[in-house]
Design a protein around this ligand. Structure first.
Ligand code: MD3
Ligand code: FE
Length: 217
């Protein structure tokens, strides 16, 4: 390949790191949009602030969750569900910004999933020390459609295992601007995030933010 061809390589041909048969890490894929995404998140958080939700066991999550889209993921002591409004305020969740949908669709396309139509985006906020225990995402109606995850701010160690909680886990460090796409059988892998630690990030301070796009309805 010539020198000029290298310089003008399309961004989505950048770094593709396979994690599993149908899961791929697109290193830095969202970097060009990162500052705009952070401005959008601040605007959405002003309408529906992130909240540490209770879970059926009675514990409270350390991750603050908000949502954008036609529905949002919520939890309380009675269980998990998607709701059209934020139970804390009664307000509808803000619309999924069109530019976010385009980003999720182009990442899905780059990972080999054509025709992706996400309708929901969870906005997870991890203050320093927050973590997410191993779990499966199975509250969505369509478990075939991929999940697209965008990491922003502080880096974190992502953990993914197999289809059983007891399966061995692999660890991968996710950085600002990284995108991961999970589809097919890999969509139901157990996964989680280790406690966020280290230096604050210049653009988010002592926080990590994560967007997960789903086709939930
Ligand atoms: C692998 N969020 O919101 S995103 C979640 O970084 C969640 O906030 C994590 O797990 C976060 O449910 C991880 C990456 C991710 C999302 C969904 C998956 C990985 C996945 C579904 C199946 C397998
Ligand atoms: Fe998850």
């Amino acid at each position: 390949m010539s020198f000029t061809a290298d310089l003008f390589e399309p961004a989505d041909a950048a770094e593709r790191i396979p994690l599993a048969a149908q899961a791929v890490l697109l290193r830095g894929f969202a970097l060009p949009q990162a500052e705009q995404l952070l401005r959008d998140i601040a605007r959405l958080h002003a309408q529906t602030p992130p909240r540490c939700m209770q879970v059926p066991g009675g514990k409270t999550m350390s991750v603050g969750i908000s949502n954008a889209g036609a529905a949002g993921w919520t939890s309380d002591t009675r269980g998990y569900r998607y709701t059209a409004t934020d139970p804390a305020s009664g307000n509808p969740w803000p619309a999924l910004p069109e530019s976010w949908k385009v980003l999720a669709q182009s990442a899905a396309q780059a990972a080999g999933f054509a025709g992706y139509e996400p309708d929901v985006c969870l906005i997870n906020e991890y203050p320093m020390g927050a973590r997410m225990g191993l779990h499966q995402d199975r509250d969505e109606r369509d478990l075939q459609a991929p999940i697209v995850s965008v990491s922003l701010g502080m880096s974190a160690t992502f953990q993914f295992g197999g289809l059983r909680r007891s399966d061995p886990v692999q660890r991968v460090l996710l950085h600002h601007g990284d995108v991961v796409v999970w589809g097919g059988a890999d969509r139901l892998r157990y996964h989680g995030v280790l406690a966020v630690r280290g230096e604050p990030h210049p653009q988010t301070g002592a926080r990590r933010l994560n967007l997960t796009f789903r086709k939930a309805l």
